[in-house]
Design a protein around this ligand. Structure first.
Ligand SMILES: [Zn+2]
Length: 220
């Protein structure tokens, strides 16, 4: 198992050296970019793939938080299936993917783990952001902030959801949330999610929330 953790660390080192940042001693935030490679995630009515939107928004959030001085890691910076790295002999590709994400979190031990996803529903009218949290005080705190500030961008009032049954929520030791940024099945949401200026607003709202969270629970 160590070998694969090492692969992750080498990858992270590459990310840092190529971006001109020194490898940090500690990680404040890991941004987990959902899906990738063979796993496209949700598909919009016009055939856009969730994995691509997750990457666009995840990369923007990564850059924004780094600019603010946080030590940030990201699980992928390109279109890539994390399950391909797994040599654990797990038959389910989905479980291999999630296990790799957990290994990265276990190795880097961030103060916060944020998974970026897009939602979809059979009912086209469903829309808005949804933050899913781990059953812990800190996880709930950051989820509330994220939900509140994303609600402001959407001009909606929605509540975060406890995610007991989600693999990452169950197995990660640090506060962790899944941010379902919007519904790809809803035309209004999809227009927002694919608009450069709106993406920036959504990312600013998330970065702001994370900043507020670290005021309450400082990194050191
Ligand atoms: Zn997803």
């Amino acid at each position: 198992m160590k070998k694969y953790v090492l692969t992750c660390l080498i990858f992270m080192l590459f990310v840092w050296s190529s971006s001109g940042y020194a490898y940090p001693e500690r990680f404040d935030v890991i941004i987990d970019v959902g899906h990738g490679g063979i796993d496209g995630g949700t598909v919009s009515p016009n055939n856009m793939l969730e994995k691509d939107l997750n990457l666009e928004i995840g990369k923007k959030l990564y850059q924004k938080l780094m600019d603010q001085g946080y030590n940030v890691g990201i699980t992928r910076l390109r279109d890539y299936a994390l399950s391909d790295d797994s040599r654990l002999g797990i038959r389910s590709r989905h479980l291999r993917d999630l296990t790799q994400r957990k290994l990265i979190a276990d190795a880097l031990k961030p103060k916060l783990f944020i998974s970026i996803h897009m939602n979809a529903a059979a009912k086209e009218s469903r829309r808005g952001p949804l933050v899913i949290y781990q059953a812990s005080e800190k996880s709930y705190a950051v989820a509330q902030l994220l939900q509140q500030h994303l609600n402001e961008v959407y001009k909606m009032k929605k509540w975060p959801l406890k995610g007991k049954s989600y693999f990452l929520m169950k197995h990660l030791e640090m506060p962790s949330v899944i941010v379902e940024v919007g519904y790809m099945s809803n035309p209004r949401d999809l227009a927002m999610l694919t608009d450069e200026a709106m993406q920036t607003q959504l990312v600013d709202a998330m970065a702001h929330s994370i900043g507020e969270y670290f005021l309450v629970y400082p990194v050191d």
